[in-house]
Design a protein around this ligand. Sequence first.
Ligand code: SAH
Ligand code: SF4
Length: 370
Amino acid sequence: MESLDRPDLLGMAPAELGRQLKEHFRARGQPGYRARQVADWVFAGEVSAVGGMTNLPALERTALGGAFRLAEPAEAKVAESADGSVKHLWRLEDGEVVESVLIPAGRRLTLCISSQAGCALGCRFCATGWSGFGRQLSAGEIAGQYRAAARWARARGAGPITNVVFMGMGEPLANRRAVFPALTILNAGYGVGARRVTVSTVGVVPGILALAEREEQFRLAVSLHAPVSSLRAELVPLERRYPLGELMEALDAFRRKGGRRTTFEYTMIRDVNDGRSLVGDLARLALRAEAFVNLIPFNPIPYVDWRPSRPARVRAFLDALRAAGVAAAVREPRGRDIDAACGQLRAAAQSRPARRVSESDSRSGLPVSP
Ligand code: SAH
Ligand code: SF4
């Protein structure tokens, strides 16, 4: 394993990278343009190691490699779905694994990336939640998934990645220390437009407020899953810490910043959160936040007995939302045959869930498999 004390070239925003490289080359008596050469290699994304930076003299490549790391995640596994989506399992320097998924749709190629190895928030319907928390990813490990996946796609003629969503493993707003710089790196370094980057959160209120303060118009997806607090608390433990009322106030602040789109993600679980009686509450919240609602049929996981809502119920729910004036759509999960939904590959590698059924889970009386 490489030593972690050297700064990671992939973990710095362009301004900081330029500064550190200039200092490095000045100390070595090298011309000023060397810093730009290296930054170009970093953000063009063609080489996965300093050794490939062929316009640097061999001696300078060695010295650069001694002063910096280029810690791109290594491909541990690739799975291609019949529907065209591609899941990568990436191995990090310490052996942790995270995943990203490429999802082609028309002219778009969306990359779904991870922000943490595992997740500590333990949503009941989520395989990542059941897998427990591994560790935070660094900014370089987050941006590195983009860099490596983009090169993989280019090499196969799949074209450039047009959109990035933080909907892989982990809660991005519980890792702001790395995710916020990673947003800058994706936007200012790799040139992914802010409006093409979506941060998905289960409702970390301070994180939403901090995102609202950023100048770039990154998009926000809120994993709502239930429009009333008591039901939401059974699906999303974080509801107890940041209840719907506070979440909605944070979304008011986000909306007031202007020019920013919010979506509500609503995973539809049969007979759990798909009742017609919930539509009114959901519509009220969506209209207040000016949010687009994505209805996503639950993708079954091994740890709970829940099933996806029946298609007719999903359709009726959608129609009722639209009738209430809400912009909404049904999104079929992609890559089901390769377990591309949210942490399922990492979870499958573990023989049993890391998270134990908590007291509150057992009290709630909802079905939980052993
Ligand atoms: N932690 C963030 C981002 C990662 S999860 C969040 O929760 O928003 C990305 C999305 O996948 C979330 O909307 C989540 O609710 C959804 N998801 C998780 N498990 C799912 C499952 N089994 N079926 C359908 N959607 C799921
Ligand atoms: Fe974590 Fe999001 Fe899964 Fe909840 S849905 S456990 S916040 S990754």
